[in-house]
Design a protein around this ligand. Structure first.
Ligand code: ING
Length: 293
C-alpha cells in the first residue's frame, strides 16, 4: 500500500483498501493482508502532547465506523483479511491504546485480534532527525500475547512490523500450530537511532520474514505501507514467502499494489515433519535463558 498522508481522510484510505481487495478478489484471492496502521499515516513519527491531539488516528469499536465499508465489501466478496489499525478501547473502566491487527474470516466472522508486543522507538522525542519514532509514547505493549487462529485454510498467526525482527514471535506461534503468518509493517527508510545504509532496511526486512518462514515451516504474508508519507520515506518490499524460505511474490512499487500467490498449504508439512519437527529435535532443557532473561 502506498503512502497515506496526514490530510488523507480515513474514508478515502478505506476506499483504496477496498479497491485493492476487489483487485485481489478478481485474481481469485481468498485472503488479503493489509499493512500495519493501514487507515492513517504513520503518526508515531510526529510529536503530540495530548490524546486530544492524536486520538483522531485511533479507531473505537470493531469494526469502527471507518472500517465498516471494508468489512461489508469483504464479506460480500467472501474474502478474509488481516487489517492493522490504532485501537482505542476502554477495558476495566480504563482507556487503553494499542497498535493492533484484526483477522476477519471470509464470512465476516472476527477470528482473532493481536496487539503489538515489540514497540520500537522511544516514549520521548529524540530530536535527532526531522521525524521521530514514538510508538512507546502512543501505544501500550500488547496484552494478548502471541496466539493462532483456526481458519478455513489452516491455523493463522499474526504479528506487526517490529515483531518480525524477533524470532521468538514466530516460534511461540509455530508451537501453537501456525501454518501461515500474516503481518503488516511501516518501516521508515531512514534509521534515526543509528546511521546505517538504507539498503540494510530492505535486507533486514527480507532476512526476518524469510528466516521466520523457513525456521517455522510456515507461509509469511507481509504487507508494507510504503512510499513517502508527507515526504517521510518508508520501505516497500511486501512479500509472500513460502515455508521453504523462498519469496514467491513481491511488490515492485511504493504505491498501492496487489501481489498474489496460490499458496500450497501442504508445502510446510515436510519441513515441520523433518528438519523442524519440534517434538523430535528441540531441546528445551538448554533454552532456559530465552525466557528467564
Ligand atoms: N517500524 C520499524 C520496524 O521495526 C524499526 C521500526 C526499523 C526498528 C528499523 C528498528 C530498525 O520495521 C515499526 N513500525 O515497527
Amino acid at each position: 500500500m502506498g503512502p497515506v498522508h496526514l490530510n488523507d481522510t480515513k474514508e478515502a484510505t478505506v476506499a483504496r483498501l477496498i479497491g485493492m481487495l476487489r483487485e485481489a478478489h478478481g485474481r481469485g484471492a481468498k485472503w488479503v493482508t493489509f499493512p500495519e496502521l493501514a487507515l492513517t499515516t504513520f503518526f508515531p513519527r510526529y510529536i503530540y502532547e495530548t490524546p486530544q491531539e492524536y486520538d483522531r488516528f485511533f479507531e473505537e469499536g470493531l469494526p469502527s465506523p471507518a472500517m465498516l465499508p471494508l468489512f461489508e465489501t469483504a464479506k460480500a466478496l467472501g474474502v478474509g483479511f488481516y487489517l492493522g489499525f490504532a485501537e482505542k478501547v476502554t477495558e476495566g473502566g480504563e482507556t487503553h491504546r494499542y497498535n493492533t491487527c484484526v483477522l476477519v474470516g471470509p464470512d465476516g466472522t472476527l477470528l482473532g485480534k493481536y496487539r503489538k508486543v515489540h514497540l520500537p522507538g522511544t516514549k520521548d522525542p529524540l530530536h535527532k532527525a526531522n521525524f521521530e519514532h514514538l510508538e512507546k509514547r502512543y501505544f501500550e505493549v500488547g496484552d494478548l500475547g502471541f496466539n493462532t487462529f483456526k481458519s478455513p485454510i489452516g491455523r493463522i498467526g499474526m504479528c506487526i512490523c517490529n515483531d518480525r525482527r524477533w524470532p521468538e514471535t514466530f516460534r511461540v506461534m509455530a508451537l501453537q500450530g501456525a501454518e501461515i503468518f500474516m503481518l503488516g509493517y511501516n518501516t521508515p527508510t531512514l534509521n534515526i537511532h543509528h546511521p546505517e545504509p538504507a539498503h540494510l532496511r530492505a535486507l533486514h526486512h527480507r532476512l526476518s520474514i524469510e528466516s521466520a518462514a523457513y525456521q517455522n515451516g510456515a507461509w509469511v504474508l507481509a504487507a508494507a505501507k510504503c512510499g513517502a508519507e508527507d515526504g517521510f520515506a518508508m520501505i516497500g518490499g511486501s512479500a509472500i514467502v513460502a515455508p521453504t524460505g523462498e519469496t514467491v511474490a513481491y511488490a515492485v512499487s511504493e504505491e498501492d499494489e496487489v501481489i498474489t500467490h496460490a499458496c500450497d498449504m501442504e508445502l510446510g508439512e515436510y519441513i515441520r515433519r523433518s528438519v523442524f519437527d519440534f517434538a523430535r529435535h528441540r531441546r528445551i532443557e538448554h533454552y532456559g535463558l530465552i525466557t528467564s532473561q
